[in-house]
Design a protein around this ligand. Structure first.
Ligand code: XBP
Ligand code: MG
Length: 259
């Protein structure tokens, strides 16, 4: 029995806003410098490190794998540095330096006007996620997300399904009643593990191949004068210049037909 689409659940980093290259990466580097560590993550190195979800785990992995710290000491230092990095990122958000992705505000407004519930499920740390999603809804003119699940709320981070599963639990919905929106390989895998349809809006560190398995892959939400590009359309859906509620309905319907 096919269930109607009720909600759209968004990832944050790379999906709602391009936060990684000029946001998180810069905050990590500032934290290293502030605490006297001679490390600075280049864009190229960060492209590799971001495959490790969770900023504290990312620091620990770097110290252990690239700087030969023992695992225990690496974790200790990461536990000390990560809150400092988080506050530096919050400062960036409060300075208004993290805009939403092009077209995402329009897309969310249209989803809400069409009667869809909207929520967030992100690996990110609660202390910056809440100010960021508030900033985006204020700036974007859309209602606050009904539920905001962060990396502090679950045991296992993406690509595990825990974050989306917690969002579904709080919404009182099943995986076949939502569409999940992601930007990265870990995110698409998390959505697939959750067992619902996934729309991928390619993030700055992803490639179309890395998003394989999503039910539609595009390069952007589409915006005035900047039509989206379709990167993978396994159901051969009718697409236009921008992502719309009707297209999200089509993704959901075709996913159900193909189960
Ligand atoms: C992306 C992540 C996060 C951020 C950094 O999360 O893996 O770890 O890179 O934020 P998502 P923290 O794409 O699921 O939103 O330092 O707070 O972890
Ligand atoms: Mg992401």
């Amino acid at each position: 029995m096919t269930k109607p689409l009720e909600a759209v659940v968004f990832d944050v980093d790379g999906t709602l806003a391009e936060t990684e290259r000029h946001g998180h990466r810069v905050a990590f580097n500032k934290a290293f410098a502030q605490e006297g560590y001679p490390y600075s993550w280049s864009d190229e190195l960060y492209r590799e490190l971001v495959k490790t979800t969770g900023g504290d785990r990312r620091i620990a992995r770097y110290l252990n794998e690239y700087e030969n710290y023992g695992l225990e000491e690496a974790r200790e230092i990461a536990k000390k540095l990560h809150p400092i990095k988080t506050q530096l990122f919050v400062d960036t958000i409060l300075a208004g330096e993290i805009p939403g992705r092009a077209g995402v505000y329009r897309f969310i407004r249209e989803l809400q006007q069409a009667g869809f519930r909207t929520a967030v499920a992100t690996t990110g740390t609660n202390n910056w996620v809440h100010p960021l999603v508030k900033h985006l809804s204020d700036e974007g003119g859309f209602a606050p997300f009904e539920e905001v699940v962060t990396g502090n709320d679950v045991e296992n981070l993406k690509p595990a399904p825990d974050l989306f599963q917690e969002a579904l639990r709080r919404l009182g919905l099943e995986p076949d009643q939502v569409v999940m929106v992601e930007d990265s390989k870990n995110g698409v895998r998390s959505a697939m593990a959750t067992g619902g349809p996934c729309l991928a809006v390619q993030g700055e560190y992803a490639t179309p191949e890395s998003l394989e398995g999503a039910d539609l892959i595009v390069d952007s939400y589409g915006d005035t004068g900047a039509p989206l590009k379709v990167l993978s359309n396994p159901y051969n859906l009718k697409t236009g210049a921008m992502l719309t509620p009707d297209l999200v309905r089509d993704i959901h319907r075709r996913w159900q037909d193909n189960r």
